[in-house]
Design a protein around this ligand. Sequence first.
Ligand code: ANZ
Ligand code: ZN
Length: 803
Amino acid sequence: MTDYNPKEIEKKWHDIWDENQTFKASNDRSKKKFYGLIEFPYPSGKGLHVGHPRPYTAIDVVARKRRLEGYNVLFPIGWDAFGLPTENYAIKNKIHPKKVTEQNIKRFKIQLKSLGFSFDWSREINTTDPNYYKWTQWIFLKLFEHGLAYKTEMPINWCTSCKIGLANEEVVDGKCERCGGEVIRKVKNQWMLRITDYAERLIDDLDLVDYIQRAKIQQINWIGKSEGAEVNFKIAGKDENLKVYTTRPDTLFGATYMVLAPEHRLIDKYKEDIENLDEINEYRKNAIKKSDFERTELVKEKTGVEIKGIKAVNPATGKEIPIWVSDYVLASYGTGAIMAVPAHDSRDWEFAKKFDLPIVEVVKGGNVEKEAYVDTESGELINSGFLNGLDVKEAKEKMTLWLEEKKLGSRKINFKLRDWVFSRQRYWGEPIPLVHCKKCGWVPIPEEELPLMLPDIEAYEPTDTGESPLANIKEWVETTCPKCGGKAERETDTMPQWAGSSWYFLRYIDPHNDKELADKEALKYWLPVDWYNGGMEHTTLHLLYSRFWYKFLYDIKVAPTKEPYQKRTSHGMILGENNEKMSKSRGNVVNPDDIVKEYGADTLRTYEMFIGDFEKSVPWSENGLKGCRRFLDRVWKLQDILTEGDSYSEKMKKSIHKAIKKVSNDYETLKYNTAIATLMSLLNEINNAGKINKAELKTYLILLNPVAPHITEEMWVGQNFGGMLNQSSWPKYDEKLTIDTVVEIAVQVNGKVRGRVTISLDDSQEKVKEKVLRDETISKFIEGKTVVKEIFVPGKIYNIVVK
Ligand code: ANZ
Ligand code: ZN
């Protein structure tokens, strides 16, 4: 046999797969389907990273297995190509973003093809293609039509380096998620999407899907449902209510002061009454500049100023209490004001200690001189009039009813989730298809005029005024109103990169349709996506956004199911050899092209699946990679010991059935590494036996095929096993043959293990006892004594008690 030569083999199979369209999903809707999805790549200038093949190979393994199981498989690929890095690169190198995108896609495509993923390339999509973004714009218009898109002036997160507004989700630890730049607050007129209308359903419907637990939990916490009450506090001597949101109405008797967010409108309204207005305005000026992140950091030293001249009245005690302003209260949550209960809220406690404000204990159980007692599970109400003696839960209910009866407040549910800031003041994105008319307001452009093309322009640098570069193109901006025919101006903001990726998996189903987003029947057949793997970093971004859009599309009867993805899994990162993140500056980046060139794609794929627990981050290891290449070399050499004849040895037969069972299960449960380990040890066993027959080798090749598709196809065809491997079917196993019938069990005498005996699983208790007594090391602990009790757990243990 010649040596294993991946370079030749892999190229050959890529051509065959391309020519035969081997992985093209069929339109035959009588077949059972499997829709496997990976997060489509952003074609950056850096090319493919060794992190990419890990999740791609994982879903490729499942897709290939499903085809062999007889499913009609859709495993598509495309490009998430709008966005900042391309635009920034284009500006720096003076090449049009369209050109940059084209070049990058070309390179990515070659790289992905070299890895032999079984993508259906006939359905390739690109979010920057007008035929694609026509439908992104169409969805936006539908959102607008249904009142879910609105423009408003609001303080947003502004990245000082990218010069764009960011959604909350794009600010990580107070910095820009993309560039790490400083994020400040800036008031701007922004398009917003009402994702908050879907908050409840985005939590509840997680019950319908099979997501890894940590993804569900992260989404639930991000949406942040909180149940409590709104309470009105009278401003003493005025006809004015100060409304607060609290999750602890039971502690109302302990509210000893109030705190307003620096932005709160009450301050300006009563500025005549405020004695220390200058001091307060000075404080507000500094506080407003800070991001919410900075303001709510727990470790931060509390600051604040008392508002002298106005007071509030605690509706439960009737007492006048002071009003403070402090940045630990956010304008964007609840009502932007709180009742402070220092005895039972840690932030209030710190604040009260620092400014020497009264602390009144209203729930017994802790020591409020030392710290706030925040437990809601145990403790009894004290110092609280009609609530005394109740537990927290009862008190919450009773107080809420009392407030409602006295018209002082009402039950209220709040969410942490904010509406989605959807405008970007940049060039390389989908134009928002609306015009502004002085007479008619915001008017959608007619559907038949979509796509609204992104105009070609010379200068696409962001402007320092924070306007989109599109604002500089007079001919484009000036237009007529579709409604009244008068003069109107186009919206010049573009959509965020998250727009195109919020619905791309729908377009794959019917990518060339120019009449509708996708054919209804086709959507019904393919959706939901059966298995979607992607990064944990997208849990509160893309994953949440796309669930929102999909639910909206479900409501307007475009999407057929409540949820888009039936199953969601997530992979760990691949780190540098020394356990650090791979990066250019650290000089530890591994380029997949080099690996493919030197070892072959099958080795890279096998290694990425074998490298460790799929869900954990793991360091790259050149040695591990070499080990995988040696493994494939040895698989290739199985051809040297292939023998005629079809009689299995009984032992080998069992090993093979066990391997089918183990590998089949492992591929379904993200345990790719142990599947490969199983195939490695089976290989050893075969080599020890010194021979393998045709049927055994066929099975072996099919099991390995999803991970290493090229070498296995080549061996299959080389040995004339009949047609191509991808036309064969996934092997079945006989459960009986996977069970070990001979086992060793421990024998205990008076609770101590005294020895072990080998028994057959179908041995009776009598027979096992015989063996136990025959064993000299054990029987010496029994002889001469009376057996008072025996417990036999078949297959596990034999327990004897003697006296
Ligand atoms: C009184 C109280 C007593 C509170 C107590 C807590 C414990 P979640 O669960 O996050 O919804 N709060 C309300 N609005 C706020 C704002 N804009 N900025 C900062 N804090 C705000 O938290 C709700 C609690 O956070 C509310 O309940 C309020 O403090 C505070 F023993 O009211 B609580
Ligand atoms: Zn008009």
